[in-house]
Design a protein around this ligand. Structure first.
Ligand code: ADP
Ligand code: ZN
Length: 608
């Protein structure tokens, strides 16, 4: 046993005095004791769950330096700055440092002067670095974003595969691997590749109750996005995800024209502008990043108020990770998505044309189907999401679109049968638009050309309009009754699953798609009703000035939640100020007086 009672106390001391938080969240304290006792840990916690403290605090308690391996080179400087602000001795080593600076960092490591050192994995495998570590006092190894070791996921980094050597080279140094990726397959890959069979596993609940999930039908994507932003996030920072680089550029430009502070981000841009846009997103307030999935991993900006998807992610894992970037500070945030039949077709197309082996492809199909299922369900989205990660939520959440506005369904059995026979009778060679023409009894040249006006189904479906039929087809594809044949330009083909429905042995309930207008709703804002908006703005200005002076992102000074507490607690002096969550000793000294001045001015104004 390495840990004494005292070091456990020290951990809570550090939490309260350095970080300014009153208590640990479950299971942070147990993870920390495991490391303090010399054990290894595997931590699965959702984004925003509080993973960093799990290695930062033991690194400060144990003798030697905590070495954090992270693929996120671009963010290391910010992470280190934020720690230094708390008087924690932190540094980083990666390819962006010049030789002199790197040398200095190495010397302070050797001299035992560092609490935390962030290292890029490609750096770690160099003999020079390993020899340096062998000669230095090491408290622990933290492997952040540990799912990068998984070849199954989409963040795979070859350098991560070498990390199992840490165990062989430093058998006595505790290791902690952390990820927000929840699925069982990735977990077992992490364990085997990083040699963590002996590690204690900590799986925190994956629910993110402050995120409101909404998925609606794509009708006019740009207008829908605009309404969403104008109604609910006119000033907020957020991320808009698109599938293609071209669309990313286009939407960013369009949002700029609409008066938003929007910037594109994708792998096709040069590294310089990418870094600049990321930095602006972190440093300025209210910036919207329009991005492909290339953006986001490790972005720990706590006050991202919304994540909007203009295109469907390929899997629930991706959807959950991407939406998880909203609301890390625990305050209300929106996960908003629109999707339509075209998305399904496009994604299926991408999968069919991928070079992946058959087994992999089938798994991808399976995961896409689960994603489509989530889009179409009429019950609580959060229950379905958590269920996907094998977690049970006993009651509907009350904070997703389906809970807030129950979806009407209708008996679509008859319509579904008509749709399926239309596909069948026309030889399974036509796409959705043509089938709708046939069902609605159109007399187009193409229909005459194929003699389809003689078919008995021609015109049987004129009681539904085109949009309603599109809705029926979309749901049939999403639920796996119809398949999009890509060899034939999107022709719809019947799947075996159709049989019982066609034979009249099965009924089908369909979602009644609502019009965009009806679905337009205001959600509650970040601020409680009783908060004085003027004070809130004044505190934000104060934070912005301090941040600019020091070249830091504003949230590094204080989180929105701490500012919000200032507004509702209205501390009278520094003593009361020090009680706020997020105010540690260092920040109290450094920033307390400036914020107290704003608070006093406000009180003065109110009283006079
Ligand atoms: P993750 O890395 O799991 O996404 P972070 O480590 O960035 O999450 O933590 C998310 C936020 O929660 C941070 O702003 C952090 O300061 C805050 N936090 C972490 N632990 C606690 C705690 N015990 N009490 C209050 N806030 C906490
Ligand atoms: Zn719900």
């Amino acid at each position: 046993m390495r840990a004494s009672k005292r070091s456990v106390n020290t951990a809570i001391d550090i939490l309260q005095n350095v970080f300014g938080y009153p208590s640990f969240r479950q299971p942070q304290d147990e993870i920390i004791s495991t490391l303090l006792d010399g054990g290894d840990a595997l931590v699965l916690m959702p984004t925003g769950g509080g993973k960093s403290l799990c290695y930062q605090i033991p690194a400060m308690v144990l003798p030697g330096c905590g070495v954090v391996i992270s693929p996120l080179i671009a963010l290391m400087q910010d992470q280190v700055n934020a720690l230094r602000l708390l008087d924690i001795k932190a540094s980083f080593l990666n390819s962006t440092l010049d030789a002199n600076t790197a040398n200095e960092v190495e010397c302070s490591l050797l001299a035992g002067q560092l609490d935390l050192l962030y290292i890029a994995p490609e750096r770690l495998k160099q003999e020079r670095t390993l020899s340096l570590l062998r000669r230095s006092p090491i408290a622990l190894f933290a492997i952040d974003e540990a799912h990068c070791v998984s070849q199954w996921g989409h963040d795979f980094r070859a350098d991560y595969l070498l990390l199992n050597m840490l165990h062989q080279l430093f058998p006595d140094v505790p290791r902690i691997a952390l990820t927000a990726t929840a699925d069982a397959r990735t977990r077992s890959e992490i364990i085997s590749r990083l040699d963590l069979t002996e590690a204690r596993q900590f799986v925190a609940g994956f629910d993110r109750p402050n995120i409101r999930y909404r998925i609606s039908l794509k009708q006019n994507a740009k207008q829908q996005l605009l309404h969403f932003l104008q109604d609910e996030h006119p000033q907020d920072a957020g991320i808009v995800y698109c599938l293609s680089r071209k669309k990313t550029d286009e939407i960013a430009l369009w949002l700029q024209q609409q008066g938003f502070n929007a910037l594109p981000y994708h792998a096709g841009m040069d590294a310089g502008s990418r870094a600049e846009h990321q930095a602006r997103f972190l440093r300025e307030e209210g910036v919207i990043i329009v991005a492909t999935i290339a953006f986001g991993m490790g972005i720990d900006k706590p006050n991202v108020r919304f994540v909007a998807h203009l295109d469907l992610p390929k899997t629930i894992e991706s959807y959950y990770q991407e939406t998880g970037r909203a609301g890390r500070d625990g305050l209300p945030a929106n996960a908003w998505m629109i999707y339509g039949l075209q998305d399904v077709i496009k994604l299926r197309q991408m999968m069919e044309s991928s070079q992946a082996v058959e087994e992999h492809r089938r798994a991808e199909q399976h995961r896409l189907n689960a994603m489509l299922g989530l889009c179409e369900i009429t019950s609580c989205r959060r229950q379905a999401l958590l269920n996907y990660f094998d977690e049970i939520l006993a009651r509907p959440c009350g904070n997703c679109d389906n809970c807030l506005q129950p979806v009407a369904t209708w008996d679509g059995t008859e319509a579904a049968r008509m749709a399926l026979s239309a596909a069948y009778r026309t030889g399974q060679r036509f796409g959705v638009n043509y089938l709708i023409d046939v069902l609605r009894g159109a007399n187009t040249d193409k229909i005459f050309q194929f003699d389809h006006h003689y078919l008995p189904i021609h015109g049987v479906g004129d009681s539904l309009d085109t949009n309603q039929w599109r809705s029926v087809f979309r749901q049939l594809v999403a639920r796996g009754y119809l398949r999009v044949d890509l060899e034939r330009f999107g022709a719809l083909r019947l799947e075996d699953k159709c049989r019982p429905l066609l034979r009249g042995e099965e009924q089908i309930e369909l979602r009644r798609d609502t019009k965009v207008k009806a679905a337009r709703q205001k959600t509650k804002t970040l601020l409680p009703d009783d908060i004085d908006v003027k004070l809130w703005e004044a505190l934000r200005d104060c934070r912005r000035e301090l941040a600019e002076e020091q070249g830091l992102p504003p949230y590094v000074i204080f989180h929105d939640s701490t500012l919000r507490d200032m507004c509702s607690v209205l501390p009278q002096d520094l003593d009361q100020f020090s009680e706020l969550s997020g105010v540690g000793e260092r920040k109290l000294q450094k920033y307390g007086p400036a914020f107290m001045r704003v608070l006093r001015e406000h009180l003065h104004e109110v009283q006079s």
